[in-house]
Design a protein around this ligand. Structure first.
Ligand code: IFM
Length: 443
């Protein structure tokens, strides 16, 4: 039998986020979040969908944890809804909201599944947004206090923490282009908000260390590949710029480097307010970097947005499926940032609706996607990259932000009329892959 390159203690999991699956948006004392507000604005979400019910995970969490057992994963990544725990974002705790996560964590541990908890996955309380959200420096303390509360209440059982999920995507789109919540299109606000969010991340890491709890903490970034459409100098420059804006702008300061200077100089009127000590706080040492990898972007000068290379396969959302890019991205992170420990906190495929037939949903493209990306991951590990875990996005079909329920990304199909979950072929493939892994590592 071939020896696997995956370490025996590798974390194998699936991921979700609170707003995308929980529903119950106004139940048991939960306050409104920016996504509750945004998803109810006319014309902002495809087909006018909302996440008021979503997958109804708030009521069906036990069924969903049983799906994890069925899959055979040893870990699960989920996020906490800040406004369920602190309806106004700060101050008064909502005990029923916290209890939901207590039950969830206990349910995972009872099933032998390690929880990996994300503190902010795009859905902060509307009350804080009304006070300026991430553009207001007070948000740094509000976030750190919220994080400290969860370290205090769940840190006896949760050993893996992520501060922020994809501040690059969610803040560029939420505050720069305005295409997602909170729907503000102002680049000055956007860059300041990103800076403040990075400082907030650093403060949360400091509060975690101060809490005395054991465990690991990190941040998750979306790190896709940005490639020029041709060899022309213009296309190469445009691709390098996109890489800097999307990746290095946030990653460099997190790893103790200055903000990319060319790009900083180019901000002009958008100049940031950076206070003494911010750089050190942002670079507070983490235990790992979370990496979300989906696809390759092809960049053509003068054409904002995604370009597409000829003769490639595309996801239902337009990105190019490119497993080799995972190796490239991981090797880049390994060499540029002095080989950090990495978890692949998301990787998955956008697909159109393929309803189940006779209790099974056939999704060969996702099976192939998984095979190819896990092979790429193994290649990166063999090349020396310190990858410690892999989380497939997503456990089940869910609310895909401004796209509503259209792209389906789950290992389990969700019928949004009946809320029934049905396995897809990819879940069976992942299950077999994992049982083979675990059997091998116990030999
Ligand atoms: O669904 C999202 C998730 O919330 C953040 N990362 C990308 C996923 C797919 O678009």
């Amino acid at each position: 039998m071939m020896k696997s390159s995956f370490p025996p203690d590798f974390l194998w999991g699936a991921a979700t986020a609170a707003f995308q699956i929980e529903g119950a948006v106004a139940e048991d004392g939960k306050g409104p979040s920016i996504w509750d507000t945004f998803s109810h604005l006319p014309g902002r979400i495809r087909d006018g969908a909302t996440a008021d019910i979503a997958c109804d995970h708030y009521h069906r969490w036990q069924t969903d944890l049983n799906l994890l057992t069925e899959l055979g994963v040893n870990t699960y990544r989920f996020s906490v809804s800040w406004s369920r725990v602190l309806p106004s974002g700060k101050g008064k705790l909502n005990p029923s909201g916290l209890d939901f996560y207590n039950r969830l964590v206990d349910g995972l541990l009872a099933r032998g599944i390690t929880p990996l908890l994300t503190l902010w996955h795009a859905d902060h309380p509307q009350a804080l947004e009304d006070a300026g959200g991430w553009a207001n420096r007070d948000m740094i303390d509000w976030f750190a206090d919220y994080a400290a509360l969860l370290f205090d209440r769940l840190g006896d059982r949760v050993q893996h923490w992520i501060t922020l999920n994809e501040p690059n995507c969610f803040l560029y789109q939420g505050l720069g282009t305005g295409s997602i919540a909170p729907g503000i299109a102002d680049w000055k606000i956007c860059y300041q908000a990103i800076h403040n969010a990075l400082v907030a991340h650093g403060q949360a890491v400091q509060r975690f260390r101060a809490s005395g709890h054991s465990g690991q903490i990190g941040i998750t970034m979306s790190v896709d590949l940005w490639k020029p459409a041709s060899d022309s100098i213009e296309d190469q420059r445009a691709a390098a710029l996109a890489d800097t804006q999307n990746n290095f702008w946030l990653l460099d300061p997190l790893f103790g480097r200055p903000y990319p200077q060319d790009f900083l100089a180019g901000l002009g009127d958008l100049a940031l307010q950076i206070l003494p000590g911010d750089a050190q706080t942002i670079a507070e040492k983490c235990d790992f970097l979370g990496v979300n990898y989906y696809w390759k972007n092809v960049v053509r000068a003068g054409q904002p947005g995604l370009g597409q290379a000829a003769k490639s396969e595309y996801t239902a959302a337009g990105g190019e499926i490119y497993p080799a890019g995972l190796v490239e991205v991981l090797q880049m992170l390994h060499s540029r940032y002095a080989h950090p420990a990495i978890y692949i906190t998301e990787n998955g495929l956008y697909e159109h609706n393929l309803p189940p037939v006779d209790g099974l949903c056939d999704d060969p493209q996702r099976v192939q996607f998984l095979k190819d990306h896990l092979a790429a991951l193994e290649e990166a590990i063999q090349a020396g990259v310190d990858v410690r875990g892999y989380f497939f996005w997503s456990l089940m079909d869910n609310f895909e932000w401004s796209q509503g329920y259209h792209p389906r990304m789950g290992l389990y199909y969700v019928d949004f009329a009946t809320l029934q979950r049905t396995p897809k072929r990819s879940s069976l493939w992942y299950r077999n892959f994992l049982s083979d892994r675990f059997n091998r590592s116990s030999l």
